[in-house]
Design a binder for this molecule. Structure first.
Ligand code: GUN
Ligand code: ZN
Length: 432
C-alpha cells in the first residue's frame, strides 16, 4: 500500500479548501478490492498509523484531486479554434462536417485514444462527454476508457432533424441504439452512460419524448444536452416548441429534467428557469472558454447562487479552446469579473478549483466518489509541479498563503504543471 508524502489539497463537504503543506495520502483496497483513499491529512498526525509502509516522497510537489470536466465533445478534438460568426454557423460549417467522419469506427478509435491521452496529460480524470450520433463512436470511447480504468461518462448524440446527412440519425433506430448502448456500457467497471439529445432544435418531439422515456426507465443513467447558449439558438428553439414556457422548459416538458441531468451553458436564463433547475436537481456545465470564443455570453454566477442550483466547470472542447483545467478556471474568473452582475464577482481560486473538482463531481451526482481526496474517495489524483516554468517558480515561491499559491497556478499554469496523473494506481508519468 503506497503512502504519499507531499503538499496535499482537498475539500471539505462545504467546499472549503483544505491544505496540508506536509501532507499524507494513503491509498489501498476497500473491502471489495477497489483502490480508495484510506487517509488524507497532515503527515505529522497520520504517519504513525502507517509506520513501516513504503513512502513515495514528493518534496516540492502538490497532490490534488484529479480534475472533473462536466462537458466536452471528444469528436471535436480537431474542431478547436474554428472561427465562426457564433454558434449556429460554427455547427454548420465546421462541427457537423467533422463529426460525420466518425461514421468510420477506425477513425473514432484513433481519436478516442488521442483524446484520452490529452485528458490525462491535462490532469482530467473524469469527464461527461458527447460522442457523435454514430453508436460506434461510443463503443470506441468506452473501450479506451475501460482500458485506462477511468471513471468516464458518454453517450450517443440524438439528432434526427435539422442536421445534415452523415450526422442525422433516425428517430426509432436512435432510441433502440441508445438503449442497447445503456445495456452494453452503463455500470461496466467505472463507465456510465448519458442519454444525449444534442439540443432541442435538432431533435423531433418524438425523439425527445423517447429520450425522456428512457431517462425514466433508467434513473441511474445521466442526461446531457445544451441550453440557452446563444440568442439565435434560443429564438430557433422557441419557434420550434412554442408551447413550452422557455427553451429550458422544452426539456422539462419531455421528462429530461432530473438529478443527473447536466445542461451545458445555461447563460440566458430567467429566475423561473433557475428555479426549475433547482427543483428538478438538474445542473449546469459552465463552459467559459467556449462562451468567450463563440461570443455566446457570460454565465450568471450570482443568479445561479441566488436561486441555488448546482453547477461546475467544463472545457466544452471544441467550442472551448483548451483541454487544460487551468485555462478553464482562468476564463471562469474573467466571466465572474465581467459577467452579468454590475460590480463583477471575484471568484476565489479555492472556489474556482472546487468548481472543477469536488463541485463538479457533486453536480454530476458523484460527490464522495471522485473530485476529492477524502477517505473513501476513489484514488484518482494529480501530482502538480508549482515550479514547472521559471515564472511559475518565481511567482509560487513568493506566495504567502493558499489563495496566492492557487491563483498563481490558475493564472500561469497549463499542462506543464501536471507532472503525473494517477488513475487508481495506473500511473501516467508525464515527465519532469
Ligand atoms: N449546441 C448544439 N451542439 C453544440 C455543440 O457541439 N457545441 C456547443 N457549444 N453548443 C452546441
Ligand atoms: Zn457542448
Amino acid at each position: 500500500m503506497p503512502v504519499y508524502r507531499s503538499a496535499l489539497l482537498r475539500f471539505a463537504d462545504d467546499g472549503r479548501a483544505l491544505y496540508d503543506e506536509d501532507g499524507l495520502l494513503a491509498i489501498g483496497p476497500d473491502a471489495l478490492g477497489r483502490q480508495r483513499v484510506l487517509a488524507a491529512g497532515a503527515w505529522q498526525a497520520l504517519a504513525p498509523q502507517f509506520a513501516g509502509e513504503p513512502v513515495v516522497h514528493l518534496p516540492g510537489r502538490i497532490i490534488a484531486p484529479g480534475f472533473v470536466d462536466m462537458h466536452i465533445h471528444f469528436p471535436q478534438t480537431d474542431v478547436i479554434g474554428s472561427p465562426a460568426d457564433g454558434l449556429l454557423p460554427w455547427l454548420e460549417n465546421y462541427t457537423f462536417p467533422h463529426e460525420s467522419r466518425f461514421a468510420d469506427p477506425a477513425y473514432g478509435a484513433q481519436v478516442a485514444s488521442f483524446f484520452i491521452d490529452e485528458l490525462l496529460r491535462n490532469g482530467v480524470t473524469t469527464a461527461l462527454i458527447f460522442a457523435t450520433s454514430h453508436p460506434a463512436s461510443v463503443d470506441a470511447l468506452m473501450a479506451e476508457a475501460q482500458r485506462r480504468q477511468m471513471r468516464l461518462i458518454t453517450g450517443k448524440v440524438l439528432q434526427d432533424r435539422h442536421s445534415p446527412d452523415g450526422v442525422r440519425d433516425e428517430t426509432v433506430q436512435s432510441l433502440v441504439d441508445t438503449e442497447a448502448l445503456i445495456q452494453r456500457w452503463h455500470g461496466v467497471d467505472r463507465l456510465g452512460y448519458a442519454i444525449t439529445p444534442r439540443f432541442a432544435p435538432t431533435s423531433t418531439p418524438e425523439q425527445l419524448r423517447g429520450a425522456g422515456e428512457l431517462a425514466a426507465r433508467y434513473p441511474a443513467v445521466w442526461i446531457q444536452s445544451h441550453v440557452a447558449e446563444n440568442l439565435d439558438e434560443i429564438r430557433w428553439a422557441r419557434e420550434l416548441f412554442p408551447a413550452s414556457r422557455s427553451y429550458l422548459g422544452v426539456y422539462d416538458d419531455f421528462g429530461l429534467m432530473r438529478e443527473r441531468a447536466v445542461y451545458a451553458h445555461c447563460i440566458h436564463f430567467d429566475d423561473e428557469d433557475r428555479a426549475l433547475m433547482k427543483r428538478t436537481g438538474a445542473t449546469a456545465a459552465v463552459s467559459p472558454t467556449s462562451n468567450l470564443f463563440l461570443g455566446s455570453g457570460f454565465f450568471d454566477y450570482a443568479g445561479a447562487d441566488r436561486v441555488g442550483f448546482g453547477y461546475g466547470l467544463a472545457s466544452d472542447v471544441g467550442g472551448g479552446t483548451s483541454f487544460s483545467p487551468f485555462k478553464t478556471m482562468m476564463a471562469a474568473y474573467y466571466v465572474g469579473r465581467e459577467g452579468q452582475t454590475k460590480q463583477g464577482l471575484s471568484l476565489s481560486p479555492q472556489q474556482l478549483w472546487w468548481q472543477h473538482t469536488a463541485g463538479a463531481a457533486r453536480a454530476l451526482g458523484l460527490a464522495g466518489v471522485v473530485g476529492n481526496l477524502q477517505p473513501g474517495c476513489e484514488a484518482d489524483f494529480v501530482v502538480l509541479n508549482p515550479q514547472a516554468t521559471p515564472l511559475l517558480a518565481r511567482k509560487t515561491g513568493q506566495a504567502r498563503n493558499l489563495e496566492e499559491l492557487l491563483f498563481a497556478l490558475i493564472v500561469l499554469g497549463d499542462d506543464r504543471v501536471v507532472q503525473e496523473t494517477v488513475i487508481s494506481q495506473a500511473k501516467y508519468a508525464l515527465g519532469a
